[in-house]
Design a protein around this ligand. Structure first.
Ligand SMILES: [Fe+2]
Length: 379
């Protein structure tokens, strides 16, 4: 049975708190240590079947966007029986509104034994109903509180010999280091990306520099003693974030309908953070799951397997080569091992046989066609 929550539980309070205590606790990376508690914490150890990983399955999913009724229906149609003993990692962008977020997470929690979550950009939009009066940090706090009440995990845990580590992150423009496309006028980020208007940050935090990325990265400091414990005791580790840790996990600019996309997708400190967990060389037992760009991805880079399995927007699913949504959520771990690669997986398949050539700024035919049509229709 679907857990339907009372309306008072589903709605944001009408009166905002006097100030965001999240922003008071972690104003920037340099204050990250404020998250550390006075004593060493131990990771939560969750029960797994038979006391080992023999029957443990971990599924991954990102970018649910359940403000689209088709997507909410997709979540409602997930089996209430099949995943009762499984784990689900939700890599952000669940819903724009708080009510849809809580409904979605309660539906997932009913279907899976354990659900984990990290926030995405859409989750922190504040532009509808009573949320207009909120700041994105206040909304983040409310989402994390809702997760706690629903039993959704946002901290690292151990299940059998598997460590699962959620990583908070945000993007910064300087993450993009590849040559810009200059052959036509690309709409500015503020026009193309609604985050610039729908997210509301304190004055000192911005996408334009690294302050927001550092701020979110500092939230992970709170868990580093637990992470050290997991590194010592777990045979395999899955980290997961919403944003992307390396530019190579996104197609080159000339392939993209919005070529400036790499400026609003990733974080350098995220890659540093996950390498501090998995090791600079990685290993066969290291996996990082991400979301945000809506490109299915499954590739190994410098010893770490990087996976994206997005539900994405309904119109995007119709175009997918791997057949819509029936393969989701994607099982990344089963019976003590990481599963076979997600296949087909258009862009990571492409880059497994084609070198990346970021200095080539000649538009891909579909992008050139798209922009020439736009120019023709605006004349
Ligand atoms: Fe996103």
């Amino acid at each position: 049975m679907v857990l339907r929550l009372a309306s008072s539980y589903m709605s944001l309070p009408q009166t905002p708190r006097s100030s965001s205590h999240l922003s008071q606790r972690i104003p920037s990376r340099k204050f990250g240590k404020m998250w550390k508690r006075g004593c060493t914490r131990r990771p939560d150890i969750l029960p797994s079947l038979n006391g080992d990983n023999a029957c443990l399955r971990v599924f991954v999913l990102s970018d649910l966007h359940t403000d689209y009724s088709e997507n909410m229906m997709w979540v409602e149609c997930l089996s209430t029986v099949k995943h009762k003993r499984d784990v689900l990692l939700v890599a952000g962008d669940v819903a724009e509104t708080y009510n849809n977020f809580v409904l979605t997470m309660s539906l997932l929690k009913e279907r899976f034994e354990h659900v984990f979550y990290v926030p995405g950009n859409h989750d922190l939009w504040c532009r509808r109903g009573s949320e207009i009066s909120f700041g994105s940090l206040e909304k983040l706090e409310k989402l994390l509180d809702a997760c706690k009440r629903l039993g959704v995990k946002t901290d690292p845990v151990v299940i059998g010999s598997l460590g699962i580590i959620p990583l908070f992150s945000w993007y910064h423009e300087s993450f993009d280091r590849e040559d810009d496309i200059t052959s036509f006028r690309i709409p500015p980020l503020e026009m193309a990306c609604k985050d610039y208007h729908a997210c509301k940050w304190p004055e000192e935090l911005s996408n334009k520099d690294t302050s927001l990325a550092s701020y979110f990265d500092a939230m992970n400091e709170h868990n580093m003693d637990i992470v050290e414990d997991i590194k010592k005791t777990c045979e395999q580790i899955i980290t997961f974030s919403h944003f992307i840790p390396r530019q190579e996990l996104c197609p080159e600019k000339r392939m993209l309908f919005y070529p400036n996309l790499p400026k609003i997708i990733g974080s350098d400190s995220l890659e540093v953070r996950l390498r501090s967990i998995h090791g600079a060389e990685g290993s066969g037992s290291a996996c990082h799951v991400f979301g945000h760009t809506h490109f299915c991805w499954d590739a190994v880079l410098d010893g770490i397997r990087y996976v994206q399995a997005p539900l994405a927007y309904p119109r995007e699913r119709k175009r997918r080569m791997n057949g819509g949504e029936n393969w989701l959520p994607f099982c990344v771990y089963s019976d003590g091992e990481f599963t076979e690669r997600l296949s087909p997986c258009y862009w990571s398949d492409y880059y497994s046989v084609n070198p990346r050539r970021p200095h080539n700024t000649e538009l891909a035919p579909w992008v050139a066609r798209f922009y020439s049509q736009r120019i023709n229709t605006t004349r």
